[in-house]
Design a protein around this ligand. Structure first.
Ligand SMILES: [Zn+2]
Ligand SMILES: [Zn+2]
Length: 412
């Protein structure tokens, strides 16, 4: 079955996450966005885990749907044009901070689990290490290799996936607190790692510059902290509809089943370039080199972004890497496009009205961005918006890169 999947999201129990991120909102917005398979996020949090157990029932092996009672609440909120099947997979993210060989490492890791039994076992073990009730994404003072062991002990079918591997502070390969290779991090446990998450600031091409990453499935996920951000990255898959069908495709890195990645433009990621947010200083990797990594404004070391870090670890040029890249789309959330053309913020009444009108008359956001006929889009919105979606589909956009926590800007 062909579907769009987003494995990494957070619930209202995670730090800095919208209080509206509950299961009903996720199921509603999954349909409006066109994401059929969504991670639950945060399964380690006791209250969220309780909600998951109350609201979900197993639909296929290892995949869950809302119970009929809760499904009813969602049905009335989804436009007929967007109504679709909706499934959840039990997922969580943990933050580990640990010392190895006298150095401090910080990593974020996603865990996929096939059952509530596995989820309970993982929670029980993690609660011995740290306070899992403090945050939907718990912070644990233990080596990441311990997490792999705990997950695989809970169930051999669990998967451990390094999250947003390039972000400077919490990425497995990040410039500030990461390793120089996946093997350096997981050592003898590397054979249990099958997939990695590219994160918003890197794309398939950048990852293909590091030959070690060839053997890992590259996943694109939103890491959404609010419903609007769901699916800002996602995966088009074609697998048997079950936890095992999906994880089997991830383990095999099978291009037939991993149809395409849907990527954020990496330059728009807030850690793409080098620089200092407070000093308003953006540097390209070459400029950073010229300045010996010193900020020309405050004379302290600049934050090294993903572009620079990829260059540092790369053993292929972009041109050499291009032959290793599988199919992908680069997108911009529809609200950004509408906001650009209407000249008002994403939350403004005019932008919101247009957004919902398009969903109602055309279909889900992914349908609009990827496949809907341009004439239909023009009819419902206007010619300029249809033109921008066309430009997006052709990759014809200009981007001012993001850096040190500042998002990049896009122009059509
Ligand atoms: Zn994270
Ligand atoms: Zn500075």
């Amino acid at each position: 079955m062909r579907f769009i999947a987003d494995f990494h999201i957070h619930s209202k129990y995670s730090h800095a996450t919208s209080k509206y991120m509950d299961l009903l909102a996720l199921a509603t917005w999954g349909q409006l966005k066109g994401i059929m398979m969504m991670g639950t996020g945060d399964f380690t949090h006791p209250l969220w885990q309780q909600e998951l157990k109350q609201h979900l029932q197993e639909a296929e092996p290892g995949l869950f749907e809302l119970t009929p009672k809760h499904h009813k609440h969602v049905e009335s909120k989804v436009y007929t044009s967007c109504k679709a099947m909706q499934r959840f997979m039990l997922t969580a993210e943990v933050s580990t901070i640990f010392k190895r060989n006298g150095r401090c490492y910080k990593t974020h890791t996603i865990i996929l689990a096939p059952s509530f039994q596995a989820v309970e076992k993982i929670s029980k073990e993690l609660s011995k290490i740290g306070n899992i009730a403090a945050d939907g994404r718990p912070i644990l003072g233990c080596d990441i290799k311990e997490i792999v062991k705990i997950a695989l002990d809970a169930s051999p079918d669990c998967m451990v996936i390094p999250a947003h591997i390039w972000t400077p502070w919490f990425g497995m390969l990040g410039s500030k607190s990461g390793f120089d290779s996946i093997y350096d991090c997981f050592e003898e446990l590397t054979e249990h790692i099958y997939a990695i998450e590219t994160g918003l600031s890197s794309n398939f091409l950048m990852n293909a510059q590091i030959s070690e990453l060839d053997k890992f499935t590259l996943l694109c996920n939103s890491d959404a902290h609010s419903v609007q951000k769901l699916g800002r990255e996602a995966n088009i898959m074609d697998t048997e509809l079950s936890y095992f069908g999906i994880t089997d495709a991830l383990k095999k890195n099978d291009p037939k089943q991993l149809v395409a990645g849907i990527e954020f433009f990496p330059e728009r990621g807030k850690y793409y370039g080098d620089g200092h947010r407070a000093c308003n200083v953006y540097l390209t990797p070459q400029e950073t080199l010229d300045h010996k990594s010193i900020c020309p404004s405050c004379h302290k070391t600049v934050t090294i972004g993903v572009h620079n870090r990829v260059n540092e670890l790369a053993d292929r040029t972009q041109q050499q890497a291009s032959m290793y890249v599988r199919k992908h789309y680069q997108i911009v959330p529809l609200l950004d496009i509408l906001s650009f053309h209407i000249g008002m913020s994403e939350t403004s009444k005019r932008v919101q009205k247009m957004y919902h009108q398009m969903l109602q008359e055309i279909g889900s956001e992914f349908t609009i961005l990827l496949t809907a006929p341009l004439e239909h889009i023009a009819q419902v919105s206007n010619k300029n918006i249809a033109h921008s979606i066309d430009a997006l589909r052709r990759g014809d956009v200009t981007i001012t890169p993001g850096y040190d926590g500042v998002y990049g800007q896009i122009r059509f």
